[in-house]
Design a protein around this ligand. Structure first.
Ligand code: MN
Length: 200
């Protein structure tokens, strides 16, 4: 049975960039709903008790009658669990450490990476996510639709941005670029570095 992970900070900790009410609803309503629907879908199957990221790595092995539910709600659970971790108060700015070097090497600099990542978030039509992933040992920017995760494509996400309207509309309205720009002020690069080191 999957349960809602506790946030590693208070609901108002990411103010003014991400507002308290959005954080509260996003965590206790949206994320909880993915978990509830995932639990309902896998109840009584041998997927109960399995790590959700392991399940998402091989969606084809999930029974067909629950595959869409696992993809959507399991993806939602996995993506949001990571999302809370890669944000933090008193964070943002430019990365340091190994991931900073890799970003510079891959994209030509942090600003170029930021531009490419923002573009991935802006050009994904409808709801989805923008990602920084490790793909075949190299960094890459990509986006996914809905709650699809790069894990299902054999990639390792180390940074993810929720671009569903529920993640920003209350404060930013249709100003998605404003949300993405502000979100960079709360990116927990220490955690991204940790995920990067772990994935290598
Ligand atoms: Mn969300």
């Amino acid at each position: 049975m999957h349960t809602l992970p506790k946030l590693p900070y208070e609901y108002n900790a990411l103010e003014p960039h991400i507002d308290e009410e959005t954080m509260k609803l996003h965590h206790t309503k949206h994320h909880q709903a993915y978990i509830d629907k995932l639990n309902a879908a896998i109840s009584g199957t041998d997927l109960e008790g399995k790590d959700i990221n392991e399940v998402l790595k091989d969606l084809n092995s999930v029974p067909e009658d629950i595959r869409a539910a696992v993809r959507n709600h399991g993806g939602g659970h996995s993506n949001h669990s990571m999302f809370w971790q890669i944000m933090a108060p008193n964070a943002g700015g430019e990365p340091s450490g190994a991931v900073a070097d890799a970003i510079k090497e891959t994209f030509g600099g942090f600003d170029k990476f930021k531009e490419e990542f923002t573009n991935a978030g802006m050009t994904r039509f409808g709801s989805g996510w923008a990602w920084l992933v490790i793909d075949n040992g190299k960094l890459a920017v990509m986006s996914t639709a809905n709650q699809d995760t790069p894990i299902s494509e054999g990639k390792v996400p180390i940074l993810g941005l929720d671009t569903w309207e529920h993640s920003f509309y209350k404060k930013y309205g249709p100003n998605k670029p404003g949300y993405i720009e502000a979100w960079f002020n709360v990116v927990n690069w220490a955690k991204v570095n940790e995920l990067f080191e772990k994935a290598k």
